[in-house]
Design a protein around this ligand. Sequence first.
Ligand code: DNO
Length: 401
Amino acid sequence: MREAWRWFGPFDAISLPEVAQTGASAVVTALHEIPYGEVWPVDTIRERQALVADAAGSDLTWEVVESLPVHEDIKHGTGNLDRLFANYRQSMANLAECGITTICYNFMPVVDWTRTDLDVPGRGGAKALGFSEAKMAGFEICILKRDGAEYDYAPEVCAQGRAWFQASDERERETLLQTLMAGLPGAYDRYDVPGLEAVLKKWQGFGRDDLRASYGRFLDEVVPAAEDLGIRLGVHPDDPPRPVFGLPRVVSTADDAAWILDRVDSPANGLTFCSGAFGAHPGNDIVGMAGRFADRIQFLHLRNVSKDPDGSFQEADHLDGDTDMVELLRVVLAEEHRRKETGRQDWNIPFRPDHGRELCPDIGRGAHPGYPFVGRLRGLAELRGAIAGLRSAGKHSGSMR
Ligand code: DNO
């Protein structure tokens, strides 16, 4: 398993020498400044590669793209799609020319990952990300006033949402909006409430089958080219794995993953296996899913969540929470072993410690929400220890090398 670290580029509050000090050897990044749908030029990719490689005394390399974004028109199935597909293929070709062959993307319409809280307090004042069904219901019903929102929540959750709204002041409501928008990547403008209403209007009546149709078309258009280029595409699951703002989502469950992988049966069409995003769905057995889809895992995000019965969840420490992380690592190591035995070049699967709590030295540093330095370093160190232990145990039993 290859240790990777997400770095958001020159404007990341965390510097490349710090990334090097974590011990990770691979960098996960993107050209966040390039607008969605435009081609990533070879020169710009090379410049970013050089920046990563030249980081003080390190041997870091840019290994994984996260993300090569899919334009909203592709998800919606309208607009100049031929141009957008051609541009996506060209960006993949340019990345392959520069030797970068693992690409993560998502297929969530309008919003990327969504949380209601960025500072759920933990031990000693550590802060974690969280998702409260009640707050989400309060936002949708009382602030956004989305038609039919109350039918998407259990009656008691609607009541809790309304109670939250009644008790909140302007500042808290504004903080909730900012928090819900915090997951939108760099190149995107944040929406205010009227802006969100306007964009949602465009998607009205657009259902799960429509989104699947758009997704199928995207896969048909880009996977054959990816396969020719030696590119491995890995879709990131929906986060949270359920519809948000009435928008459909189609990468949430094991059935969804099976549909995607069968739709275009190619080694180029795979998963970014995010244990935290898939793990927030009560019906997903993460260790079982990792085993079932092992040969199509291109890249892993490792983190954990603790779920509540109403669908809310909080981000937990990496080895804590609802997923048995050590078992998950065991499955991944076994898959690596199998790949090596069968001569697959991509046996060394990159993973990154995903998210982390904000710990004391992180507070006030201005890192991206969910991406503090020390909190993630703690996660990486724990995962590294667990992997080393499993490897050593496997060596003795002969099941892994
Ligand atoms: C959140 C991330 C996601 C991910 C994209 C991939 O922390 O895991 O924003 O980068 O969904 O396209």
